[in-house]
Design a protein around this ligand. Structure first.
Ligand code: ARG
Ligand code: ZN
Length: 878
């Protein structure tokens, strides 16, 4: 247990005592026992104090050590020690060569860290600390080495042998085996090492860089999936071009490989020139992938490609600096998507995501700063805070510096630090130096956890034609941080006249706890459009009257705030109806009747949005969607999942009934006979049509359920089929069972697609859902060893089905807790990640809170609990 509780602190960072300049690895690949020989060229860190002990420590876990030699002399067993953490021996005086032989078992590696087997292929995942499961090594990102990798394997089962860099040799060996030698000229940390070997199909293309070099682009997939790589390949080429155009960054090798694997803990991994992807984020064709899948593929392919500079050429000094590469790279991929698609729609999506995932994290027991101060298990810190809030921090720098100033800072950063492992402070310093600006206060966003609250109060002086606005900020305490300082943030504000046009607009810089800003030349009392574009990633606390929100929904020149006004209005309406619901003994209709005037005004504003052909369809689709149940539950304490579910559905029904004709017209006008293309415009049209269908079905008229059922049967693309299925999914209509059966048949052998089928059923609001989920655990395609399956069935139940997960009788919690305990022995990283929903107990009523806390205690009582799960469960229970 003491090992589980070991906390690593940022302030304890020490430079490495020894560096590795060059690594030579030889893999003899076998599923059961793989032999790994490593030659490490080691020298002492010259900056290290003299007279300190000359012990060399190399990380290593769960391996069999066969031998260690130093300068070709084999060490006797008394000359080194091995424990659970690694290998120690005494270093010679001069630079030396260590040779280490280890044995590992890829087939038995269910954690999917290090070298493992996915389907029939060998692959690796080394970030953050997987390399130490392959061989003994100083497995920390500030040790950067060049790698030369020899792979020996059976030729018939592993015709494809890949590692980082360039292929420098290959050939046949005895016994039906063959080999390949790869050399990566760029020094890199061990977390960027990758190896793939298997019988994979390859799709090939090429890209000419801005300086005229031809780069071969290859995507490796399981046989039969060759026709599902086009979109990923196209996204890759567009990413390469975009990085040249917008950041002046060119690719630096002649080869770029992507491999799609079925078993993967996260989304994808940016290993140098050998990106490894969860197959879900590569494989797509119109009849297997939805518009949302295409969008995710585009952004994740871009994200991993962009890491070649923001992550690989310049990497992190230590894992506390993770946001150095992740926050920056998320910001880069968000901007790429904004340029490829619709900028406002992209921003809406990114903010909705931030509010759904990061804000709850920041307000709960797992709150931590963008640059954490401590961790037990670093894999637990690949979080929405490090990624998405980290991206907001970079976005604020971009807003404050403007595009040119930002680019000057970026240029200096890459110039100054190319080939180095650096810190978030180094990044900020480059931004400051290039722009002669002081970011001392802005940098508090790196160190201070919690979502700031922001209030505003306006005052119009007609005589002076002045509008004065006073902003007040406050951040609540978070675990381990009681005192919060005022932050520096850009707040974009627009003032609208009665005609709906802007009278004035500017971005102010808030630095004080309370601060006043003045707008001059304001000729009439304006309506305020506050925090346009979500320029500051905060919770705006000030309420605006219903009429102003309706006005903003119809007129704001900032599309983000048009959407935001609608979300605010809907949230307020739902929250007050929920209070009525609780007073009206659970009658959702009566609850809405109590706020009938506001409901009608809201529906009128929704109608205006729906019918406004001046707005793009993707935007209208987003603007018509009510805030989700999870989001609403964050706004209210205690959250009442039944009330939220029923009131939100009752409001959807009212909208569906009131606007039935308009939705019906929208539905039919947006049908398309053209062949499916995944571009943003066509996707927007499909999204608007799907929204209309959703409301029509919500109206309760049976003919619309038939319409959904017909749509499922008639459409030739997954987007329209899923749109139909996801509304049928909650009904008792015979079309539901037919469609699910058809889906299961068609995709029985297609893991990535069948995951949608598992997830749908886990998210159904039908009463039989939990029983069905339990049954599905026994489905031939389901296995606890595949993270996508676990996330689709079990994760989706907890996150996508608040009503059943939080069932009053505790059945949801009990089922879920059993699964986490079971999963911890298989894959601790995924188990830990899935534990977070149980940590939200403080948001619920006492009965539920007690059951959730008991569930966490049951997890903590598990024998041999992993460090991963222990950290999340213990912090969540506190
Ligand atoms: N660096 C990867 C990405 O953001 C994430 C890999 C994280 N994997 C992990 N097991 N922690 O693209
Ligand atoms: Zn990343």
């Amino acid at each position: 247990m003491s090992d589980q509780r070991h906390v690593i602190s940022r302030k304890d960072y020490k430079e490495p005592d020894f560096f590795v300049e060059k690594v030579e690895l030889v893999f003899d690949l076998e599923r059961e026992v793989t032999n790994v020989k490593s030659r490490l060229f080691i020298h002492a860190n010259p900056a290290r104090g003299t007279g300190v002990d000359d012990e060399v420590f190399l990380h290593g876990e769960d391996m069999k050590l066969v031998s260690v030699s130093i300068n070709e002399r084999r060490l006797a067993s008394g000359d080194f020690t091995v424990d659970q953490e690694g290998l120690r021996f005494t270093a010679p005086r001069e630079a030396f060569i260590a040779e280490i032989e280890t044995q590992i078992s890829p087939a038995n590696n269910t954690r999917l860290e290090g070298l493992y087997v996915s389907q029939s292929a060998f692959c690796t995942q080394c970030e953050a600390e997987g390399f130490r499961r392959i061989t003994y090594f100083p497995d920390r990102p500030d040790v950067m080495a060049t790698f030369k990798v020899t792979i020996n394997a059976d030729k018939s089962s592993c015709p494809v042998l890949l590692s980082n860099g360039n292929l420098i040799d290959s050939g046949d060996l005895d016994g039906g085996r063959h080999f390949a030698v790869w050399e990566d000229p760029f020094p890199k940390p061990s977390y960027l090492f990758a190896l793939v070997a298997g019988d994979l199909a390859c799709v090939e293309d090429s890209f000419k860089t801005v300086s005229g070099r031809d780069v071969a682009l290859r995507i490796f997939v399981e046989h039969g999936n060759e026709d599902r790589c086009d979109y990923a390949m196209d996204s890759l080429k567009r990413s390469m071009k975009w990085d040249e155009d917008v950041y002046g960054l060119e690719y630096d090798l002649d080869l770029f490989n992507i491999v799609a694997v079925s078993d993967f803990n996260m989304g994808a991994m940016e290993n140098k020139s050998l990106n490894v992807f969860n197959a879900k984020y590569i494989l797509a064709k119109p009849d297997t992938a939805t518009d949302m899948d295409f969008e995710l593929i585009e952004s994740i392919v871009a994200h991993e490609y962009f890491h070649n500079w923001s992550g690989n050429r310049v990497t992190c000094r230590d894992w506390f600096q993770l946001s150095l590469k992740e926050g920056l790279t998320v910001f880069r991929d968000q901007e790429f998507s904004a340029d490829q698609r619709s900028r406002p729609v992209q921003r809406i999506k990114d903010v909705a995501q931030l509010r759904a995932r990061q804000f709850p994290e920041d307000g709960g027991p797992l709150a931590h700063p963008v640059r954490p101060d401590s961790y037990m298990e670093i894999n637990n810190f690949y979080t929405a805070t490090v990624y998405e809030k980290g991206a907001e921090l970079i976005r604020m720098m971009h807003t404050l510096l403007g595009p040119d100033g930002y680019r000057k800072g970026i240029d200096l950063y890459f110039d100054r630090h190319d080939g180095q492992a650096v810190t978030c402070d180094d990044f900020a310093k480059a931004m400051e130096d290039a722009n002669d600006i002081d970011f001392t206060q802005l940098k508090l966003w790196y160190s201070q956890a919690g979502t700031p609250k922001l209030w505003w109060e306006g005052d119009y002086d007609a005589d002076a034609k002045q509008y004065r606005i006073t902003l007040t900020q406050k951040t609540d305490p978070t675990p381990g941080q009681s005192d919060k300082k005022p932050l520096h943030m850009p707040v974009s504000i627009g003032l609208l006249g009665a005609d709906g046009n802007d009278i004035a607009a500017k971005t102010v810089e808030l630095t004080e706890a309370t601060q006043e800003f003045v707008f001059d030349g304001v000729t009439e009392k304006p309506v305020v459009s506050f925090n346009r574009g979500f320029s500051a990633p905060v919770n705006v606390m000030t309420d605006q009257p219903d009429a102003e929100l309706v006005f903003l929904m119809g007129n704001d020149s900032d599309a983000f705030n048009r959407w935001e006004a609608g979300q605010k209005y809907a949230t307020r309406l739902i929250l007050s109806a929920i209070s009525n619901f609780e007073e009206n003994d659970g009658n959702a209709d009566a609850a809405l009747n109590d706020v009938a005037v506001a409901v009608d005004a809201f529906i009128g504003a929704m109608q205006a949005t729906l019918l406004n052909d001046g707005l793009d369809k993707a935007f209208r689709a987003d603007a018509l969607v009510l805030p989700g149940e999870e989001f609403i539950s964050e706004q209210r304490k205690p959250a009442n999942p039944d009330a939220i579910h029923q009131v939100r559905n009752a409001l959807r029904k009212r909208i569906g009934v009131a606007l039935m004709d308009d939705f019906e017209n929208t539905y039919h006008q947006n049908a398309s006979n053209a062949a499916f293309t995944p571009d943003a415009l066509s996707a927007g049209q499909r999204a608007l049509r799907a929204t209309a269908l959703g409301y029509l079905v919500a109206s309760g008229e049976a003919r619309f359920a038939d319409l959904a059922s017909d749509q499922y049967k008639a459409s030739d693309n997954m987007t329209d089929q899923m749109a139909a299925l996801s509304v049928l999914n909650h009904l008792d209509h015979p079309g539901r069972a037919d469609a699910l059966a058809d889906f299961e048949n068609r995709f029985a052998k297609d893991g990535v697609v069948l995951d949608k089928w598992f997830a749908l059923q886990a998210m159904s609001s039908r009463d039989d859902t939990l029983a069905r989920v339990k049954d599905l655990m026994g489905h031939p395609a389901f296995t606890m060893r595949n993270p996508n399956k676990v996330r689709s069935l079990i994760g989706a139940f907890a996150v996508g089905n608040p009503r059943h997960f939080h069932a009053k009788d505790g059945s949801g919690y009990e089922f879920y807790t059993d699964r986490l305990i079971e999963l911890d022995d298989i894959n601790p990283q995924v188990a830990a990640r899935l534990c977070a929903p149980l940590g939200k107990w403080a948001k619920y009523d006492d009965d539920r809170a007690d059951m959730m806390k008991a569930a966490l205690q049951r997890i903590l009582a598990k024998e041999d609990i992993s460090r991963d799960l222990y950290e999340i469960a213990s912090k969540s229970a506190a």
